[in-house]
Design a protein. Structure first.
Length: 75
């Protein structure tokens, strides 16, 4: 029971990080980690957290580009 809940929260956290990466890639806006905290450990954790979202977003984008199910609307 607790393991399933932990997995669910971890999946949700990765999903939020991926959405933030998409916002960063499409609009250029990103979280200002310096305003969130002054603790260097927390900054490092936040950068790692956002880096996971960037990696997942890049994998998804690469899969979409190579898929035949999607088309480019900016022709």
């Amino acid at each position: 029971m607790a393991l399933g809940r932990l997995f669910h929260y971890a999946f949700d956290a990765v999903l939020v990080s991926t959405v933030l990466a998409g916002v960063k890639k499409t609009s250029g806006f990103s979280l200002d980690i310096d305003q969130l905290t002054t603790n260097s450990t927390a900054k490092s954790a936040a950068e790692s957290y956002l880096g996971i979202g960037d990696s997942i977003y890049g994998m998804i984008q690469g899969s979409v580009v190579n898929s035949g199910y999607f088309t480019n609307l900016k022709k």
